[in-house]
Design a protein around this ligand. Structure first.
Ligand code: SF4
Ligand code: SF4
Ligand code: SF4
Ligand code: F3S
Length: 412
């Protein structure tokens, strides 16, 4: 079994194929703190890609309420339990030895889903959810752990829930790809998007079984599996709106809460990100480390990163996002001047932003957050496309628009 480097785990791991990583990698940052669960992203995907017969239970993008919700139901609890059973008490992190680039969260000392499999009958530990688990995609919507009578205060709430936005992670080491006996799944070198070749697929469903995030889905009407295609025509720049330039996907571009920022990062042959300080995703994930991978311990090196919710008990978040949670929340609670500016780029344009620049602006206020005094500056952040051309310019202070006293009535 070849060894590959997984920087989320801070160590090498077993993976079926040695040459995994792509030169450019599809990636995104989701700010959980801002999601309003409007499901616009979910419907943007559904109405584009999965509205046909046989796709009724298929939601490539979904937003579920944690801790109880899940699509399919209990997807994460089920695989966490299987992993714990295979390696009792051993699924732990050593967060004392960190390296900013090769082990930013420390080292995972447990076993990945590849390492708990026997590698003879199964390449990956997993399971196929029963059909009823796919039937209620938004089960337990807005259900909190309890409802306290009195008001609650940050940092942690005694009764809590949060929204988790999910799609295929276009993993650097995809479990679906490793598991398919037909080699029907491939990862594109140009953008790291993971696709199923529908011509080769024979419906073996090993991909459904293997994906720990349950984002490969079986379609009974064609007897093949399907998954998020990363809206690749948009990422390739085929949409006439952007004149051949890479464009964000449907679920990203439609986000009402402005919680999503998608892009393409440069990756080396070892799966690590190549330094690109002015790429907003590189800055958020590698420099500030304010956004973290979802269940990095599974070992697929997923490429959707999350700014964790501030009000949720830390133990729960550490299990979900690894040991980087406390630092990430501290950074988000009191963001640096640059971080505050970069956060304004979320959903500011449909074109993919490849680099940014911050221009200093005047001081506009002084505030105290979590006991820390802060000065706020109305800086300007400018986003550039893949050719270095300016595509967006936004300010930290939102403009105040006053309506005219005399309003013209719509008389239709
Ligand atoms: Fe495959 Fe699942 Fe990773 Fe998507 S999230 S690439 S379906 S393993
Ligand atoms: Fe659907 Fe495209 Fe979003 Fe994938 S990237 S979930 S295909 S809208
Ligand atoms: Fe959340 Fe944005 Fe989706 Fe609405 S569109 S549910 S705010 S991720
Ligand atoms: Fe392979 Fe999954 Fe099809 S395992 S054959 S891609 S159903």
């Amino acid at each position: 079994m070849p060894k590959v480097y997984n920087w989320h785990l801070g160590r090498e791991m077993d993976y079926r194929f040695a040459g995994g990583p792509a030169k450019r990698q599809f990636a995104a940052v989701f700010n959980i703190n801002r999601c309003i669960a409007c499901q616009t992203c979910t419907m943007a995907c559904k109405s584009t890609w999965t509205f046909s017969p046989g796709q009724e239970l298929m939601w490539w993008n979904n937003v579920e309420t944690k801790p109880y919700g899940g699509y399919p139901q209990h997807w994460d609890v089920n695989i966490l339990e299987m992993q714990e059973k295979a390696n009792p008490g051993g699924q732990v992190w050593n967060a004392t030895q960190k390296d900013p680039r090769t082990a930013p969260y420390g080292t995972f000392e447990g076993k990945t889903i590849f390492e708990t499999a026997d590698q003879i009958n199964n390449m990956v530990t997993g399971y196929i959810p029963p059909e009823e688990d796919w039937k209620a995609p938004n089960i337990f919507e807005d259900t909190a752990t309890n409802y306290p009578k009195q008001g609650v205060e940050l940092p942690e709430h005694s009764g809590w829930f949060f929204y988790l936005q999910r799609l295929c992670n276009h993993c650097t080491y995809p479990a679906c790809l490793a598991a398919c006996p037909r080699n029907a799944i491939y990862k594109r070198e140009e953008d790291g998007i993971v696709l199923i070749d529908e011509g080769r697929c024979r419906g073996y469903r090993k991909c459904v079984e293997a994906c720990p995030y349950k984002k490969s889905m079986y379609r009974p009407s064609t007897r093949t599996s399907e998954k998020c295609i990363g809206c690749y025509p948009r990422v390739e720049g085929s949409d006439p709106l952007t004149n051949g330039l890479p464009m964000e996907t449907r679920c990203m571009a439609g986000c009402i809460g402005k919680i999503r920022l998608q892009g393409l990062i440069q990756a080396g042959a070892d799966g690590q990100w190549i330094e690109d300080r002015q790429n907003p995703l590189y800055y958020l994930v590698q420099v500030e480390k304010v956004a973290l991978p979802l269940y990095p311990q599974f070992g697929t090196q997923p490429n959707i990163y999350y700014i964790p919710p501030r009000w949720v008990p830390r133990d729960y978040l550490r299990q979900m996002f690894g040991p980087g949670v406390d630092d990430a929340i501290a950074k988000y609670t009191n963001p640096s001047r640059e971080l505050l500016a970069v956060l304004q780029l979320f959903r500011a344009t449909q074109e993919i932003i490849f680099s940014y620049k911050v221009e200093p602006g005047p001081k506009t206020s002084e505030i105290t957050v979590a006991g820390v005094k802060r000065e706020i500056y109305n800086d300007t952040v400018i986003g550039y496309d893949s050719n270095g051309k300016e595509i967006v310019r936004v300010h930290v202070d939102e403009p105040l628009i006053e309506r005219p006293a005399q309003v013209t009535m719509n008389t239709i």
